[in-house]
Write a protein that binds this ligand. Structure first.
Ligand SMILES: [Fe+2]
Length: 484
């Protein structure tokens, strides 16, 4: 394929259900459940095209595992903008970075948004999420879109996160909202584990809100990084511009790191450090009275403009994008507030779409992170290798293959796991040479391949997914006619 990775930004129009994918190698027999992934998959309607990668219409992909076999299904999320665009033959609806005439930032509390970023389990519902305040509920078995997750209350706000955190000890999910206005507010809230009800944990005023994609939690705290990628809220609300084009980079203001008490919402500390930008926090934990925050850091916010489709499709983004991300560990000196914030780089490789053993390690000291990265010797894509970073020994292990472009790795623990990396890592990899994708299974400890299952078509590059151990193939209860 002469176009290499750019096939990852080509629309996939077909919706299919495949009961059994051809497997090479071995898929562990214990691996049972479904990996559901989300990402943009359609970039044109009629003669019109989205301009930013983040705007493509969401498609859900499900890989289900049972006794060493793999099935696959995919479906477009039936958002209001998708349905109306299909009906009208042109692009309808608000967007992140596309057309100023269509993309005025007007969030509505009833619209089924184009939730193309992540998959999660919130308030007992399976949801697709983006940065609009309301998640979209889907059936993980059929991938049917069921509608907006309606909350009993009205916690107001315009812009949230596709990366809520599960605060397992307190049986709740934590996330945030920015409310833009004359007096903008940043609000941290909790959602009950079993029903859609918000509780405000804490809030603070912000004059020029920052573009924030994720945050982290530790045992006691919520940690927010406010990058100097800021917006005049009134301009955002009044002006007819794509959402992200209202934000400007103010490096002289530095990045603010805010530590909020998870219990009473009080601001425990606010630190300032040299400007950096990040989409993804990796983890946070407390040690000796200080807070440590690991994240995928960029020197500035140019990654956002590098992800316009025009840039990606001509590979112009390559050197400036993921290859510049650094796996940084920031120390927030709560115990000696007079100390400066410092950071260490934990991996020689950059890291993006980072994941950890979430259930076991989120909010605690941990040992291993996984992500995608760019081989600096061949910086020809947003990601062309998978990285396993041992954050204690500071060593990395890489998986890569010629013409292959992997997506976010997801760790699944084996049933008898003793260590955090006892299990496998799953990643959907685009093979640009063959023009299709495969589900790759790596041993989470050695990072050696155990097997792969091929999909007949290409899966456009996606963002985030979630593994649901309880969700089977949803077809026949015994789809492969395995004898009991
Ligand atoms: Fe993300």
């Amino acid at each position: 394929m002469e176009h290499g990775a750019t096939i990852g930004y080509v629309s996939l129009n077909e919706e299919v259900t495949l009961d059994q994918l051809p497997v090479r190698g071995t898929i562990p027999a214990w691996l049972s459940g479904s990996l559901v992934r989300n990402g943009p998959a359609k970039f044109e309607v009629g003669t019109e095209s989205f301009q930013h990668w983040f705007d493509g219409f969401a498609m859900l992909h499900r890989f289900s595992f049972e006794r060493g076999r793999v099935s696959y299904a995919n479906k477009f999320l039936q958002s209001d903008s998708y349905r109306q665009s299909m009906e009208q033959g042109h692009i309808v609806g608000a967007s992140f970075g596309t057309d100023p005439c269509k993309a005025v930032f007007k969030p509505s509390m009833t619209e089924v948004v184009n939730a193309n970023v992540s998959i999660n389990h919130v308030a007992g519902a399976y949801v697709a999420m983006t940065e609009a305040p309301l998640p979209v509920v889907f059936d993980p078995r059929t991938l049917e879109t069921l509608g907006v997750l309606e909350f009993d209350d009205r916690l107001t706000g315009h812009h949230g996160s596709a990366h809520p955190h599960h605060d397992a000890n307190n049986h709740r999910t934590i996330s945030y909202l920015t409310e833009f206005g004359m007096e903008s507010q940043f609000k941290v809230f909790a959602i009950k584990e079993d029903r859609p009800e918000h509780t405000l944990i804490g809030s603070y005023p912000v004059t020029m809100p920052s573009y924030i994609h994720s945050f982290s939690i530790s045992e006691q705290y919520v940690i927010i990084a406010e990058y100097p990628y800021r917006v005049n809220p009134m301009e955002l609300l009044m002006r007819n511009r794509p959402f992200i084009e209202n934000f400007k980079w103010y490096p002289e203001q530095g990045t603010q790191l805010i530590v909020m008490d998870k219990g009473d919402g009080s601001i425990v500390a606010r630190f300032s450090t040299d400007a950096f930008f990040s989409f993804h926090h990796i983890n946070a934990f407390e040690r000796d009275g200080d807070v440590f925050v690991d994240l995928s850091a960029y020197p500035d916010a140019s990654i956002v403009t590098n992800l316009y489709l025009e840039q990606l499709r001509h590979n112009r983004a390559r050197v400036d994008s993921t290859s510049k991300s650094e796996f940084r560990r920031y120390r927030l000196p709560l115990s000696h507030a007079a100390d400066a914030v410092t950071y260490e780089v934990l991996s020689r490789q950059g890291i993006e779409l980072p994941t950890i053993n979430y259930r076991r390690s989120n909010g605690r000291a941990y040992g291993v992170a996984y992500g995608v990265s760019v081989d600096k010797q061949r910086p020809e894509a947003v990601s062309n290798e998978l990285v396993r970073a041992d954050v204690n020994t500071r060593t990395t292990t890489i998986w890569s293959e010629q013409d292959c472009y992997p997506g976010e790795p997801i760790l699944v623990e084996s049933p008898d796991a003793r260590a955090e990396d006892d299990g496998v890592v799953l990643s959907v990899v685009l093979n640009a040479h063959k023009g299709n994708s495969f589900l790759l299974v790596l041993d989470a400890h050695t990072f050696a391949e155990t097997g792969r299952a091929e999909v007949p078509h290409h899966v456009p590059f996606g963002f985030h997914g979630w593994f649901f151990p309880d969700i089977g193939a949803g077809l026949d209860p015994n789809p492969f006619n395995v004898k009991e």
